[in-house]
Design a protein around this ligand. Structure first.
Ligand SMILES: [Zn+2]
Length: 458
C-alpha cells in the first residue's frame, strides 16, 4: 500500500558520530529519537517493498531474460537504461575505449572487443546536505554453459518455489534489481534523500572489471560505494588480491637417446614449483588478517598451466607455467610482484644452468589488487543499522576470497566500498543458478534503509 509521508527527518543524524556498537541494539517498536532508524520509516519501507513485490519480481525476471554474457552486454544495457528512466534517474551511458584502458590492461585484462558494451549510470540528485553514494552492479554474466545441465532454461527466468532461476539471477542481476526496488520503496514512501545516489550498471566484471574501472576513470565518485554482489546478506568488507604470472624456462633439446646432453626445462621447473608451493605454505602460516584467518588456505598458490616439450623422444627445450598467487589486503601489488620475482630468481640462482639462463617472469592481464574498507567505517555502520532494522540481527562480517569490482572503487576511486547483497555466490556460474525472492526483498529493504541512513532524509 502507498504510505503517507511521515516525518522521517527528526532522527536522521550522521553515523560517524554514533558509537558503532550502540547501532547494533534492537529496533524499537515505538519511534525514538535516539535509535538508529526511525521505526516508522522501517515499517513504511517494509510495507512499500511488499506492495511492490510483483513488480520487483517482474523487473528481475526481465533482467534475467536478457542475456548479457561478458562482451555482449548491449541489449542488457538498453534494458537497464529504460528501467533507470522509469525510475526518473538521469542517465548517462558510454563505452570504455581501448585507448583509455591502455595503461590499465593489467587490471582489467585484454578485451576481445569494446564496441557496443555500454556502461549505464543513473543518477538522482539529493536535496543537499547529505552524504552521496555510488551503487554498483555488473550487468555481465558468465556464459550459460551446457543448457542440457539446466532444469530450467537459462534465460527463461522461471519462478518456482520462490526462486528465480537463470544465468545472472544471483550474480548479479538481483543486485541491480535490489537498487531499483530500494529506490522504488523510498519513492512510494515519499522519502527524498539529501545525498546524491548514483547507480552504475557496468560491463565486464567477470573478465576483470572493465566497466567499474571506466566508471572511476570517468570521474564518478561518492562518499562511499556499495556493490550488491551475492553475499547472502553478509557485509563483505575485504576482497583478496591475485597475482597472475607466466614463468618461461629455457632448456636445451637433445634426442632422448642422448638425453644427458640436453637440459630438460621441465626438470629445471620442478624445484621452482616446489618452492612456490612452500612459499604458499609459509605465507599461509605467517600471514594474519582478522577476516581471513578463518580460511584454511587464505593465500592459495595455484599452478594452473604447465606446457613443456613437444615429443616423447626429445628433451623439453622450453617450459611455460602459469601461476596464480593470492594476496591479502595490506599487501601492495607492485611490492608483492617483486617478492614473487625475487623468490623465483632466488631458486634459479642455486642452479648453474638457470643462473646462466634465468627464467623469464611475465605478469599478464588479470591482476586483482586486494582491497578493504575498515569494518568500523561509517558505510559499514549504515549497512549494519539497516540490516538489523530489517532482520533483527547484526549481519555477518566477512571477507571475500575472490576479486570483485569493489577493488576498483577502493583502489582507483579512493572510496570506501563494501559488498552486501542477496544470493549465494556458490550458485553463481553453475547450472540452475537462482535467487531466492525473499532474500531479494530483504536486500531491497535493507538497501532502502541504508540509503536513508547514509544519505539522510530531507
Ligand atoms: Zn558478480
Amino acid at each position: 500500500m502507498p504510505c503517507r509521508r511521515a516525518n522521517f527527518t527528526s532522527r536522521m543524524r550522521p553515523l560517524c558520530f554514533a558509537p558503532a556498537r550502540d547501532d547494533l541494539s534492537p529496533v524499537p517498536t515505538e519511534p525514538s529519537l535516539h535509535m538508529p532508524l526511525d521505526a516508522r520509516l522501517v515499517q513504511a519501507v517494509t510495507e512499500a517493498t511488499e506492495a511492490r513485490r510483483d513488480a520487483i519480481i517482474a523487473l528481475h525476471r526481465q533482467f534475467v531474460q536478457t542475456p548479457s554474457v561478458t562482451g555482449n552486454e548491449g541489449p542488457m544495457s538498453q534494458r537497464v537504461e529504460e528501467a533507470f528512466r522509469r525510475f526518473a534517474l538521469q542517465t548517462e551511458s558510454w563505452v570504455a575505449t581501448a585507448e583509455e584502458m591502455r595503461n590499465h590492461l593489467e587490471h582489467v585484462g585484454e578485451q576481445a572487443r569494446y564496441d557496443g558494451r555500454l556502461n549505464v549510470v543513473g543518477r538522482r540528485f539529493g536535496a543537499g546536505g547529505g552524504r552521496s553514494i555510488l551503487l554498483n552492479a555488473h550487468i555481465d554474466t558468465v556464459p550459460e554453459g551446457d543448457p542440457s545441465l539446466w532444469s530450467h532454461p537459462p534465460y527463461a527466468a522461471d519462478l518456482v518455489d520462490g526462486r528465480v532461476y537463470g544465468r545472472g539471477s544471483c550474480d548479479m542481476k538481483g543486485g541491480l534489481t535490489t537498487y531499483l526496488a530500494a529506490l522504488g520503496a523510498l519513492d512510494a514512501c515519499k522519502v527524498r534523500l539529501r545525498g546524491d545516489v548514483t547507480i552504475a550498471a557496468t560491463v565486464g566484471e567477470e573478465d576483470g572489471g572493465l566497466g567499474a574501472l571506466a566508471t572511476v576513470l570517468r570521474g564518478y565518485r561518492a562518499d562511499a560505494a556499495l556493490v550488491t554482489e551475492p553475499t547472502q546478506l553478509a557485509l563483505v568488507t575485504a576482497c583478496e588480491g591475485s597475482l597472475v604470472f607466466r614463468i618461461t624456462i629455457t632448456g636445451r633439446s637433445a634426442h632422448a637417446a642422448t638425453r644427458d646432453e640436453g637440459v630438460s626445462a621441465l626438470e629445471k621447473f620442478i624445484p621452482i614449483m616446489q618452492d612456490l608451493q612452500a612459499f604458499g605454505r609459509e605465507r599461509n602460516a605467517t600471514l594474519s588478517h582478522p577476516l581471513y584467518d578463518v580460511f584454511a588456505n587464505k593465500v592459495p598458490v595455484n599452478i594452473g598451466v604447465v606446457r613443456a616439450g613437444n615429443w616423447a623422444s626429445t628433451v623439453p627445450e622450453s617450459l611455460e607455467a602459469e601461476v596464480r598467487v593470492g594476496f591479502l589486503p595490506g599487501e601492495e601489488l607492485e611490492r608483492f610482484k617483486r617478492v614473487v620475482r625475487d623468490r623465483i630468481l632466488g631458486v634459479a640462482a642455486t642452479d648453474p644452468w638457470l643462473r646462466d639462463h634465468p627464467p623469464e617472469i611475465t605478469f599478464f592481464g588479470g591482476q586483482f589488487i586486494a582491497a578493504e574498507t575498515p569494518v568500523d567505517a561509517p558505510i559499514c555502520d549504515a549497512i549494519r543499522v539497516a540490516h538489523r532494522a530489517v532482520t533483527g540481527k547484526a549481519p555477518k562480517v566477512e571477507a571475500a576470497t575472490y576479486g570483485a569490482d569493489m577493488r576498483h572503487f577502493i583502489g582507483f576511486g579512493g572510496m570506501p566500498c563494501v559488498m552486501y547483497g542477496a544470493g549465494d555466490i556458490r550458485l553463481a556460474h553453475g547450472p540452475d543458478e537462482y535467487l531466492e525472492v525473499e532474500e531479494l526483498m530483504t536486500a531491497a529493504r535493507v538497501v532502502a534503509l541504508a540509503l536513508a541512513e547514509w544519505c539522510g532524509v530531507a
